[in-house]
Every structure is written in C-alpha cells, then in structure tokens.
Design a protein around this ligand. Structure first.
Ligand SMILES: [Zn+2]
Ligand SMILES: [Zn+2]
Length: 135
C-alpha cells in the first residue's frame, strides 16, 4: 500500500499509510495518559489511506464515538478513530521513519505541560481543537 510503514514495539502490529494529510502535537490530558508522554505527535490520514497489514489491534473507547487502537501485547498506541470523521490519526512515533512527517501545529495547548514549552517551537498553538478552515 504504502510509502509509509509503521508498527508497535513488539512487532505484532504492522500498518501502512498511503498519504498523510497533516500532522500535529496534541497536549490533551487523554493523549498524555494513553502515551505516558508529555505530548503526543499525530499524523492525520484519510481512512482509506490507512490499513493494518499485520495483527489485530486491541481497542478502547475513550469517548463516545471514539476508539483508540493499540497493541494488546506491548501496549503501543497506534490509532485514534472518531467514527464521524473521514480521517483517522496515527501516532507519529510508531512510524518506521517518524522524521518523514513534520508536525506543523499544536492542539490543546491550554493543557500543555511546562516541560513541553520548547517542543515544536514556532509552530501555531491552538488552545483547544484546531479551528475549522474558512470555507
Ligand atoms: Zn506490540
Ligand atoms: Zn490528544
């Protein structure tokens, strides 16, 4: 499928990404808990441009209509899937080449930790979700 490939820590889950739409740092409290990290970088990918190529993920419904998919063996978070959206979000850190994708903004900056202040410096910081593009 894929120009981009990735997988979990133990190698049980593998996936492919055909094309990344955008990428961002999320500072929300849920991503913090999910990852154990101060902030989590994500790539937004159209649903049809993402596929698991090996293994079946475990899932957790973190909010109504939202499923987070992760490896049931090693715990690596892989996917944020909001049923109402045409796109899904993939954890940048599980790509085989994370530097192939550059985050270009921050969301939930209002809950960013002090330790994350220098992260992605100079990129636009949205207090909560990214405002919709003007039509
Ligand atoms: Zn794993
Ligand atoms: Zn988040």
């Amino acid at each position: 499928m894929a120009p981009l490939t990735g997988g979990c820590l133990c190698g049980r889950l593998r996936y492919g990404v055909r094309r990344v739409q955008s990428a961002y740092w999320c500072h929300c409290t849920m991503c913090r808990r999910v990852s154990g990290a101060g902030a989590l970088p994500w790539a937004t990918v159209m649903r049809q441009d993402f596929a698991f190529t090996q293994g079946t993920p475990a899932t957790y419904a973190s909010s109504p209509g939202v499923v987070r998919a992760f490896c049931g063996t090693c715990g690596s978070p892989i996917l944020f899937d909001m049923a109402a959206e045409a796109a899904v979000d993939v954890t940048l850190g599980t790509l085989d080449d994370p530097d192939a994708v550059r985050p270009d903004h921050h969301i939930w900056a209002e809950t960013a930790l002090q330790m994350s202040a220098g992260l992605g410096a100079g990129l636009p910081r949205h207090a909560a979700e990214r405002p919709a593009e003007p039509e």
